[in-house]
Design a protein around this ligand. Structure first.
Ligand SMILES: Cc1cc2nc3c(=O)[nH]c(=O)nc-3n(C[C@H](O)[C@H](O)[C@H](O)COP(=O)(O)OP(=O)(O)OC[C@H]3O[C@@H](n4cnc5c(N)ncnc54)[C@H](O)[C@@H]3O)c2cc1C
Ligand code: SF4
Length: 534
């Protein structure tokens, strides 16, 4: 089977006039935007999708970590302030997202844990956590459940709905040995959106590794290989790549009316719209709304509550490596092959609210050398590089607390290539995040030791790859930006369709939930359009 791909010559030509105000304009083509394009077009709705990055070819993907980092990553400067080590280590690149058709699903590792029901009601269950701005999601797990099932099936998540698991690579086996010896019970092969057998027009994974470099075989789910080709094939989706949305316009009735964007040559165009869905990943989604201020919306579009940009979340993360007596070879096979779920629960007896997952770490030598301790050098550092063949690793992904002061604002001085203020991210760690991190280090170190590690090294956090919550869902319009459908509390035809909607971060990786919310939102938009309400 050939890998599905989206090379330029295959793209069906469909074009919409700039003055066509019957179209839904989607901004961004990643997990949220790509899914919206598929879900709306299959319901017969016409879509213009604006994507800031280029359209890659599958043959552009090579098994070289830095080459692909350079090709895929969103490298426009962002600023970072605050007490988090990320502000210290990555002051101009605090986040790790992609710029290209498919968005960060080109880069992602495809791990898809399903949240527990309690995770949607954190304010009610955790109570007051000092310094945290917790809210319950205005939707519960029961309502989300059928959409999760649809998303898991769409993405081909292993271990769900009869979709076979992968066997687990060496890195997973080392993790499982440590977990077993520690008395953990709920561990094993990860639930990933990576085919173990050919499915849904995609190949089976060939376990070469490099999942975060753009999967060349098509074994890994991305909107680049799945949703976007499907949307284009309907003849109802025009994708404009290298087109950067600069601001969203509104009319005198307070409804959004179009999107101003710059094309590859820098020329500006205004695409009229019936509905606008913003799915530019949480930093750019918030920046775009803030940059779309007007006399009617002096603090940013849809920002009557002042919540646009606030309550940014990025998960508690931790990375630990152990040197083992025999080779582990963490660079072979899928990046996140194994998972331990035992700590993903709310148990205040551990000294913090919320839970976390631990997983086996896969990494090549270039990233290992760069990220294990930025700026570090000397004999000890070199000895870890020499030991790389025998290194095994664990990562942690846990719920972090939303804080009003962790937020995206517009930089007062710095401008991007379009003359727009760059995003400035303030990032502090909540005491609950730090308590969870300390506990997770204790657990991870014990697991690696139980598996036979001779020595252990703990790494500082990487640039943030899970950006969440800058336009959060809330029942109370004063507490957030969008309602239970991701629709602006204030503007009826403006939707937020990415991880910015998250009310809380949930313990696990976010993309399954982003896709789930997009499927649910698309159905709602279709109903509202059908009734002529938008
Ligand atoms: C290395 C790495 C590993 C990851 N692994 C996992 C994992 O295992 N599991 C998991 O759940 N998640 C993982 N993630 C996170 C996952 O990729 C994101 O959660 C997901 O892609 C976010 O979807 P999105 O639609 O919000 O944004 P994106 O997928 O980032 O898409 C946003 C798109 O919008 C475009 N855009 C931005 N601004 C504009 C504008 N103004 N105009 C036009 N276009 C614009 C961007 O170019 C981009 O293509 C990982 C991320 C990274 C970086
Ligand atoms: S290991 Fe599998 S999912 Fe990862 S890049 Fe290779 S084929 Fe794709």
């Amino acid at each position: 089977m050939n890998a599905p791909h989206l090379d330029d010559e295959d793209v069906p030509a469909v074009t919409y006039d700039l003055n066509d105000d019957s179209v839904v304009v989607i901004i961004g083509s990643g997990a949220g935007g790509g899914t919206m394009a598929d879900e709306l077009t299959r319901r017969g709705i016409d879509v213009v999708l604006l994507e800031a990055g280029p359209r890659f070819k599958t043959s552009d993907f090579v098994n070289d970590e830095w080459a692909m980092y350079d090709l895929l990553t969103w490298k426009d400067e962002r600023a970072c302030t605050g007490g988090s080590p990320i502000a210290r280590d990555y002051p101009t690149a605090p986040t790790w997202t992609c710029k290209g058709l498919g968005g960060t699903t080109l880069h992602w590792a495809a791990m898809c844990p399903r949240p527990d029901p309690y995770e949607f009601k954190v304010r009610s269950i955790y109570g007051d956590v000092e310094g945290a701005a917790l809210e319950d999601w205005p939707v519960d797990h029961e309502e989300m459940e059928p959409f999760y099932r649809e998303a898991e099936s769409k993405m081909g998540v292993t271990g769900r709905h009869g979709i076979p698991h992968h066997r687990g690579n060496n890195s997973c086996r080392v993790m499982a040995l440590g977990a077993k010896r520690m008395g953990y019970r709920d561990y094993g092969p990860n639930n990933v959106a990576i085919n173990a057998v050919p499915r849904d027009g995609r190949n089976a994974c060939d376990q070469i590794g490099f999942c975060m470099q753009g999967c060349r075989s098509g074994g890994k789910w991305s909107t680049f290989v799945s949703e976007l080709p499907r949307a284009e094939a309907t003849g109802r989706c025009e994708i404009r790549t290298r087109c950067m949305a600069l601001r969203i316009e509104h009319d005198e009735r307070g409804r959004v009316s179009g999107v101003l964007y710059a094309d590859a040559s820098g020329r500006h165009h205004l695409q009229k719209a019936r509905v606008v869905c913003v799915a530019a990943n949480s930093i750019e989604t918030a920046r775009l709304l803030l940059n779309s201020e007007s006399s009617a919306w002096p603090d940013g579009l849809a920002n009557g509550s002042g919540a646009v940009g606030r309550h940014y979340m990025r998960h508690v993360t931790a990375y630990m490596y152990g040197e083992f007596p025999r080779p582990v070879r963490i660079y072979r096979g899928m990046v996140v092959s194994g998972i331990i779920r035992d700590e993903a629960r709310h148990d205040p007896a551990r000294g913090f609210a919320g839970g976390f997952y631990m997983g086996s770490m896969g990494l090549g030598l270039p990233f290992f050398a760069a990220f294990m301790s930025p700026g570090r050098w000397g004999r000890d550092y070199a000895s870890w590089i020499e030991a790389f063949e025998r290194v095994g690793g664990l990562f942690v992904n846990g719920e972090d607390m939303p804080m009003a002061s962790n937020r995206v604002t517009l930089h007062p001085g710095e401008r991007d290539q379009y003359g727009l203020p760059i995003a400035c991210l303030n990032l502090d760690d909540h005491p609950n995040d730090l308590a969870m991190k300390r506990h997770s280090y204790r657990c991870g170190i014990a697991i690696l030791e139980a598996a036979g590690a001779l020595r252990i090294f703990c790494s500082p956090p990487l640039p943030v790859s899970h950006n969440l919550g800058t336009c959060r869902m809330s029942a109370d319009p004063d507490a957030g930006v969008v309602d239970r459908w991701g629709r602006s509390h204030e503007i009826p035809n403006l939707f937020v369709s990415d991880g910015s909607q998250f009310t809380s971060s949930l313990a696990g990786n976010p993309t399954l939930t982003i896709v789930t919310l997009a499927i649910r939102q698309a159905g709602h938009i279709a109903r509202l359009m059908g009734r002529g309400e938008i």
